[in-house]
Structures are given as structure tokens and as C-alpha cells.
Design a protein around this ligand. Structure first.
Ligand code: GRF
Length: 216
């Protein structure tokens, strides 16, 4: 079966990109990363792509007069490469409604909280301030409102006594590196459908270890 052609959009260090690259290199994985786009030339993650011989493009948002023009350049680059699914992985630009509509049900993101709790920036600080006992991450389809859209996979980790934002972020990041490849695998295998504003998964099993719940 043909593998799903994926692009990953990054702005920074790219540890989730690295996890996706590793997953795609395992035998039988149903997706391949055909393109990595960064909006900053100093994005550390570009090196992970280059090392894996994946095509990279830098599309600097500052070179475009408007968000619409920037997003138009992204769409052109993605379509030129025949991309079927776009994965945001630490991509720090808000996308226009036009972009989101264009890629509807073909655009996913990872956010380091158990959405819909704590969307946006400083998520770990706010989770700690709220005294939650569990934190985690969410892979979701992207809708126009920031950090919203049908949830595909969530992974939970405990909040431990003495945690600060850095220790919690590090624990959540380990879960991210399992959750994002799982979501990509489920989509690549054609097991995720979006209906009635919900993503549904057929027969996904929950791996042991972390709390990882891809059920619908
Ligand atoms: C991750 O925590 C991700 O959830 C958030 O931005 C961070 C990106 O980290 N959206 P990395 O660049 O993948 O290492």
C-alpha cells in the first residue's frame, strides 16, 4: 500500500519531528515524511531532516507582507510536493482560516496539555498553578481556533510533588514522542475518521506504561 505523504512544519528544536522521522523509518510504517518546512532558518529541527535525507524548505514569514501571503507560499510548497497530511510540530505561527479550511481533516497538531484544558502558551505554568494531578499532550486535527479541533490521541502523565514547568514539560515531552507517532500511524492506516466534530478510531489498542488513550 502506498505510504501517506506527510509534511512536518516546525519553528524550533524539532524533537517531535525527530520522533516522527524515527517512526517513519520503522518497517511497515504507513507514512513517509516527504518535506519539512521551517519558518525560521535557525530552526534546530532542520538538521534532523537533513540527516534523514528529507527535503527541507525555509519559508521565512518575515519575507511575506501578510499572513495570507505567507500561508499561500506554504500551500504552494506543500502542493508541489504532493503532500497529503500536514503535521504541525512546534510550529509557532498562527495559520489563517483560509489555510486551515484548505487542509481540513488533513492538518494535525500536537499541544502539550490535555486539551481542552490549557490551550495556548505557558501551558505547563498554568497547569501547575491550577493544581492538576495529571498533565499530558494532545494530538488533534486543527480548526481555526487555536489548539482546537477533533482529538485523535491523548497521553497523560502525573504531576509530581516539586514539579516546575521545566520538569513537567520534560515529562510531557516523552509522552509527546509516543503520542504523535501513534496518531500518524493510525491516520496512515486509514483508521481515523472525522464526523460530528469528533475523531473516531477503529480498534486502536492502548500501549502500557503511560496513560495513552486513543479511544473515541
Ligand atoms: C512541543 O512541546 C509541542 O507540543 C509544542 O511545541 C513543542 C515543540 O517541541 N507544540 P519540539 O520542537 O518538537 O521539540
Amino acid at each position: 500500500m502506498a505510504r501517506l505523504k506527510v509534511a512536518v512544519l516546525i519553528s524550533g528544536r524539532g524533537s517531535n519531528l525527530e520522533a516522527l522521522i524515527a517512526a517513519c523509518s520503522t518497517p511497515g510504517f504507513p507514512a513517509e515524511i516527504a518535506l519539512v518546512i521551517a519558518n525560521r532558518e535557525d530552526a534546530g529541527g532542520l538538521a534532523h531532516a537533513a540527516k534523514a535525507n528529507i527535503a527541507t524548505r525555509v519559508v521565512p514569514h518575515k519575507s511575506y507582507p501578510s499572513r495570507e501571503a505567507f500561508d499561500g507560499a506554504l500551500i504552494a510548497a506543500l502542493e508541489k510536493s504532493g503532500i497529503e497530511l500536514v503535521c504541525l510540530a512546534g510550529f509557532m505561527r498562527l495559520l489563517t482560516p483560509g489555510f486551515v479550511t484548505h487542509w481540513r481533516d488533513r492538518l494535525i497538531n500536537i499541544h502539550p496539555s490535555l486539551l481542552p484544558a490549557f490551550p495556548g502558551l505557558d501551558t505547563h505554568e498554568r497547569a501547575l498553578a491550577a493544581g492538576v494531578r495529571f498533565a499530558g499532550c494532545t494530538v488533534h486535527y486543527v480548526w481555526a481556533e487555536m489548539d482546537s479541533g477533533p482529538i485523535i490521541v491523548q497521553a497523560a502523565v502525573p504531576v509530581l510533588a516539586g514539579d516546575d514547568a521545566d520538569t513537567l514539560a520534560a515529562r510531557v515531552l516523552i509522552a509527546e514522542h509516543r503520542a504523535y507517532p501513534l496518531a500518524l500511524r493510525l491516520i496512515g492506516e486509514g483508521r481515523v475518521t472525522v464526523a460530528d466534530e469528533r475523531a473516531r478510531i477503529d480498534g486502536a489498542a492502548a500501549p502500557a506504561g503511560i496513560v495513552l488513550n486513543p479511544a473515541d
